[in-house]
Design a protein around this ligand. Structure first.
Ligand code: BT5
Length: 248
């Protein structure tokens, strides 16, 4: 199937600093929207808030996609959900195992982190960066000081083609982003919320004003509604939610 947008051009590198940096450089130089950058290894792979992303050479999917979203798709939560749902679908279909999205956009397999997402925006260009652990053994992840990480291989006891996983991810991203572009925000939202498995659960939410506890009633792209014991229902701005911990 021909991609609608994401994956119209795929550029592969052996080694880069960070695929997100290369994607921004290519975007500046005029690369078309939907261009995907893949790398075998990164010397300065990064996570959110300056944290590192570690992946031994040729063990992982290290991908960045260049987007120039129209205003209706620019909201960070919409892009976060689009990327998270895509990584979730890829990992679920490759592994056939229990997969969940941990707020807001980590993907967990069998209770351990298998994928992380870093979305950055600069002057109208948005880069979606996704790392998926594919062929590291449990021993290698432990030795790399990632005891809470897992790979597809460690979970499924077999090796995977990183190229095939990357191409599945590109297809899922293209499908999910096309849905959003066509106005199907609600379907992506529903998939995101369902994959987080938090609706109806007792949760503790950390936000700049402190913590709130209660039953999570609903999430949309703007706010989260919580049924708090004495106060009753309250709404929290999604941009202020720092962490969600499931209590039961
Ligand atoms: C993330 O940040 O999880 C976003 C990671 C995004 C990586 C991709 S790779 C392609 C693109 N190019 C880049 O330079 N980045 C993107 P965060 O939620 O802040 O999590 C970072 C934390 O996850 C680290 O502090 C470690 O504890 C842990 N971590 C690092 N490497 C990991 C790995 N391979 N698997 C699981 N956890 C890891």
């Amino acid at each position: 199937m021909q991609p609608c947008l994401i994956g119209r051009q795929v550029i592969r590198f052996e080694s880069v600093t960070s695929t997100n940096d290369v994607a921004f450089e290519l975007a500046e130089a005029g690369a078309c929207e939907g261009t995907v950058v893949l790398a075998g290894t990164q010397t300065r792979g990064r996570g959110r808030h300056g944290r590192p992303w570690r992946a031994a050479p040729n063990t992982s999917v290290l991908l960045s996609a260049i987007l120039r979203p129209a205003q209706s798709c620019q909201k960070t939560t919409v892009l976060t959900a689009t990327a998270a749902v895509s990584a979730y679908e890829t990992i679920r279909s490759c592994s056939g195992l229990e997969t969940v999205i941990k707020w807001p956009n980590d993907v967990y397999l069998l209770g351990c982190k298998v994928s992380g997402i870093l979305i950055e925006q600069r002057r109208g260009t948005c880069v979606i960066g996704i790392g998926i652990n594919v062929n590291q053994t449990a021993k290698e992840l432990y030795a790399a000081e990632l005891p809470e990480a897992i790979s597809l291989r460690a979970a499924c006891s077999r090796e995977f083609s990183t190229e095939a996983v990357a191409m599945d991810l590109v297809r899922q991203l293209d499908l999910a982003y096309d849905e959003v572009v066509q106005g199907g925000h609600d379907r992506v939202l529903q998939k995101w919320v369902t994959a987080m498995r938090l609706r109806g659960a007792q949760v503790r939410i950390r936000h700049p004003a402190g913590e709130s506890m209660g039953r999570l009633i609903a999430i949309d792209f703007d706010e989260l509604r919580l049924d708090v014991a004495v106060e009753g229902p309250i709404a929290l701005n999604l941009n202020h939610v720092q962490a969600i911990q499931r209590l039961a």
